[in-house]
Design a protein around this ligand. Structure first.
Ligand code: 5GP
Ligand code: ZN
Length: 109
């Protein structure tokens, strides 16, 4: 499968990884829209929110908890979480990702 984010998970494409566990990876966005702009992704390839199945509901909850964990580790005072869905929703990469932005976003990704 030719998926950029799967290649980042497999370390076939370099990235600046800030968090990793057995189910998720978080790394810095290559084109940051805020002083802190991370992408948190499940290691399971899910194309978008529109492709999430009932069996993924625990994973989706854990995705939010990973964001909270990173925010706590970095002592963030506030942050935004964003998921784009589909081309019309601004999604460019077809591997589900949660944007974590903190510190005055210049624009929404
Ligand atoms: P989307 O628009 O799909 O919600 O967000 C995709 C994000 O991936 C964009 O913010 C974009 O800057 C980021 N991105 C695209 N290609 C790469 C890459 O090769 N490495 C990293 N770290 N981020 C990327
Ligand atoms: Zn993928």
């Amino acid at each position: 499968m030719d998926c950029l984010f799967c290649k980042i998970i497999n370390k076939e494409v370099p990235s600046n990884i800030v968090y990793e566990d057995d189910r998720f990876v978080a790394f810095k966005d290559i084109d940051p829209k805020a002083p802190l702009h991370l992408l948190i992704i499940p290691k399971k390839h899910i194309a978008s929110i529109d492709h999430v199945e009932v069996e993924d509901k625990t994973l989706m909850g854990e995705l939010i908890l990973v964001a909270q964990k990173i925010a706590r580790e970095k002592s963030l005072k506030g942050y935004k979480l964003l998921i784009n869905v589909g081309r019309e929703g601004g999604q460019i990469i077809d591997h589900l990702h949660l944007h974590l932005l903190s510190g005055r976003p210049t624009e929404l990704p």
